[in-house]
Design a protein around this ligand. Sequence first.
Ligand code: 4AD
Ligand code: MG
Length: 472
Amino acid sequence: MKVFSIKELLDESPSLMTKEVFVNGWVKSVRSRRFIDLNDGSTIKDLQIVIEGSKFASDFLKKITIGIALRVFGTIVISLGKKQSIEIIAKEIKIYSEISHNYLRGTILQPKHHSFEKLREQAHLRFRTRLFSAILRIRHQLAFSIHHFFHKHNFYYIHTPIITTSDAEGAGKMFRITSFNLENIPNHGYLDDFFGCSTYLTVSGQLAGETAAMALGKIYTFGPTFRAENSNTSRHLSEFWMVEPEMAFYELEDNMDLAETLLKSLLNDVLNNCVEDLDFLNWSFIKNQKPKFEGQNIVEILYFIKQHSFARVSYSEAIEILLSSNLNKKGKFKYPIRWGMDLQSEHERFLVDKYFGVPVIIFDYPADIKAFYMRINDDSKTVRAMDVLFPRIGEIIGGSQREERYDILLNRMKAFQIDEKVLWWYLDTRRFGSAPHSGFGLGLERLVQFTTGMSNIRDVIPYPRTPKHADF
Ligand code: 4AD
Ligand code: MG
C-alpha cells in the first residue's frame, strides 16, 4: 500500500475520504494520549492522528512522546476539530525509536520559544522547527524557479569550476586550496602542490561563464562561492550560493531588464507556490521586525515589489540626491557622502526606503571602486556597473556590461596589477570574436532572506559558514 506524504494527503483529501493509508512522520505534540500531531516536513501543516478508546495499551501510548518517529496506518475521516480539515483514526502505530527525556530536555525540540542563536547552535535539529522548515521549502522553490526561469528563456546551465587558478576576479579574498601538510611545506612551494600551481575556492563563476557565453549565447552558472573576508554582518556568509547569468550581445540596459524580470518572476513563484509557509513567516516577521517599507507584512511587500517598476538612477545622480538630503545636511549620516565613495548601507536604505520607495538599480559607478572587467564609459571615470538594491538587505544583485575591447581590458588589468599570464584564456575571448556582453550575480541567500523576512542570513542556509564558525 502506498505511503502518503502529509502534503499529498491534504491536497488529495476529497478523493481519499474513508480510505486506509500509511503515513510517516515525527510527533510534534501529544494531547491527553488521544491526539497526536504528526509532521513529515512535506508541508508546514501537521496531521492529526486520533487514538480511539482502548485500541492501544496505555504502556504503549506512554512511549509516544514529542520528537519520535512513527508510522501510522489508519482511516482518513473529516475532522470535527476546527484546526484541521481531515484526521486519521489510527489502527496500527509503529514506533521507530524512543527518545530519552533527559536528552530531549537540552534540545530545541522542546516545544517552547528558542532564540535564533540557540537554533543555530543546534543547526542539525533546527530542520524540525516550523520556522526553519518553512524557510527551506521557500529556498527550494527559489532555487527551482531560478532553473525554470532560465530554461524557459533559453539559457544553458553551465557548471563552472569550484577550484580555480585565478585570484584575479577582484570580488574578495580567496580561500587557498592545497594538499600540502602545512607543518612541512616543500621547498618549491606551489610547484610541488597537487595541481602544480596556486589554487583557490572560487569567488564567482563569472570569468568562466563569460567564455561559455561567447559561444553558447546565453548561459547561467549556479553554485557555491566562497569569500575569505572577515565580514561579520547579518548579510555576509563565507560560503554562499550565487546564480550568475551571462549574455552575449547584451548591453547594460538589457542586463537591468533581465535582472528586474528575473527577480519579479521569482517572487511571483513564491507567492503562488508557498502560500502556507509565507503565511507562517508573515506572522513571525511582524512579531520580530518593525517593517518600514511599503506594506505591512512580507506578503504585501512581495506583491508591492512584483507590481512596481524598479527605479534606475546613475551613481552620480544618486550622490546628488544623497548630498541634497536633509540627513546629509544635518550630519545624520554616519559616513558623509561624496562622489567616489562606495555607498554604505545607511545611504542605500535612504535611497530605497525613503527617497524612491521601490527597489533601486544604481548604474555607472566610479571605475576605481569596481572590478577590472567592467566596461569603461566615454567619460573614462565611470564603468557600466549596476547594483540592484532591495529594502532591508541592500545589494541583492551586482553586475555589469563587460569590457569587450582587448586593449582597454589589458590596460585595466595592468592598472589593477593583474598578471595577464594568469588570465591569458580570459583575454582570448577578446581576441577571437569579441562582442558586447553583460551579466550579473544574484546571491541566493540574500534573496531567501528578503523573501522570508529573516533578519540574519545565517538563518536561511542549513549550515552557515562565517568567520570562526564552521561548526557542523
Ligand atoms: O557583487 P558581487 O561580488 O559580484 C560578483 O561576484 C560578480 N562576479 C557577479 C557577476 O557579475 N557575475 O556578488 C554578487 C551578489 C551580491 O549582490 C550579493 O547578493 C551576493 O552575491 N553576495 C553575497 N551573499 C552572501 N554573502 C556574501 N559574502 C556575499 N557577497 C556577495
Ligand atoms: Mg557587489
